[in-house]
Design a binder for this molecule. Sequence first.
Ligand code: SAM
Length: 322
Amino acid sequence: MQDTFGRTIDYLRISVTEACNFRCIYCAPNGHSDPAASPLAIDEIERVVRAAVALGISKIRLTGGEPLVRRDIVNIVRAVAAIGGVQDLALTTNGFLLARLARELADAGLRRVNLSLDTLRRDRFTKITGVDAFDAVWQGIRAAEDAGLAPLKINVVALRGVNDDEFADFARLTVDHPWHVRFIELMPVGTSGAASEFFTRHFIAASDIRTRLPELDRASIHGNGPARTYRLPGAPGTIGFITPASEHFCNACNRIRVTARGALCACLFGERGTDVRGALCEGVSESALQDLLARAIGEKPERHPLGDDYSIDAGAMSEIGG
Ligand code: SAM
């Protein structure tokens, strides 16, 4: 389906829980806001995906919070994978529980995972996430590879004064492994003053990250704009940049999101969203559900306000679904 700005919307991200087993310093250092909020049930997720697929969506990503803390995550994957028209099913995870679940998830129909990893140093990992889990995450990466969840993408949030001395180490991973390392610019999400202070102190623009990676001068470039990726000579993996703040890529945005509480957000930083769960609870018909989604897609804004000195009045990414 096309939105009013001519963008083809074919990608749905569903947050399956707000809960997370990490307390990342830039996301939810004090935990998520409402642990009691119940997430969408499997049958609700299934209905939303079916309606989205009927509108032309073919790529689904499960996210959170941390999707693997949901006890029924394998069943969710199986249910979504079984929906005809779902061509690509992926999941974003911090990897902590992946060693245990990778094989089952792959068998249930998951194709690939994006894994968030902001440091390669054990002690620093604990400081960033609040959990001594570096080894467990590394085992999770291995398990994902063994289970064929490929290609593996590793998301690194770039943080001045926290991990900016490790960018070259991350880049080198792509020489030794067929992994796609993506540096993500910190986003000023969260309502608290502390969140915006954190942003001011730790934000690094992608252009600055590049200058810290002189290796990229020897790299080949693939794609343009938001999709631009670099490959070091002989490397099986690639290096990319996700730049929501410095070079927004809204004109190529192909996605919508459903939060764990069942709100459909056409833009990551849009308004509170359309209450899909409310409609489901009221027994909305299949076609009315499709209409609801189509209307929300139709209202997708042309661009998000990041980078315009705009304060983002949203919850943490764990609430919106990163
Ligand atoms: N728990 C899963 C994980 O760790 O990947 C999925 C949810 S997490 C909210 C999704 C992604 O959002 C992670 O890569 C995380 O680093 C990123 N993220 C969270 N807060 C962010 C922020 N303020 N700026 C940029 N990225 C952020």
